[in-house]
Design a protein. Structure first.
Length: 131
């Protein structure tokens, strides 16, 4: 998890966007490979899960982020009590007015919430309250 954390922050704080985007993609690919090798978030420790959620929080790839939001919600619904960025991630990506993925494709974001999220987590009222 330490290497993920270092890559996640390396250029972000000094404003080197292009370099950071490259590291973000490396992190997304690395996290996906780890997940595929273990098959479940339950196989990871709290710090690893937290770093996965932090990468999702910083991601500019909404399709990848949607996949990880779903996994983090499933983990939470399964009784996980450890630390994640799920709340801030939902707000940053799905906020109706200024969420990153809302700005990218509002219809896709709405479909994601309706099809994948609403049955698992009652966030519609939360998101509507942000309007």
């Amino acid at each position: 998890s330490e290497i993920i954390k270092r890559r996640d922050q390396k250029f972000r704080s000094i404003g080197k966007q292009k370099e950071q985007q490259e590291l973000d993609q490396i992190n997304r690919d690395f996290i996906d490979s780890l997940y595929l090798s273990k098959g479940s978030l339950n196989a990871f420790n709290e710090e690893e899960i937290y770093q996965f959620s932090m990468v999702a929080h910083h991601s500019e790839d909404c399709d990848w982020t949607y996949k990880w939001i779903e996994r983090l919600i499933d983990l939470s619904n399964g009784g996980y009590k450890g630390n994640t960025m799920l709340g801030p991630l939902l707000d940053r990506m799905l906020h109706p007015k200024d969420g990153y993925c809302s700005k990218q494709d509002l219809i896709k974001r709405d479909d994601f919430i309706t099809i994948f999220i609403s049955p698992k987590l009652k966030i519609n009222n939360y998101l509507k309250s942000k309007k």
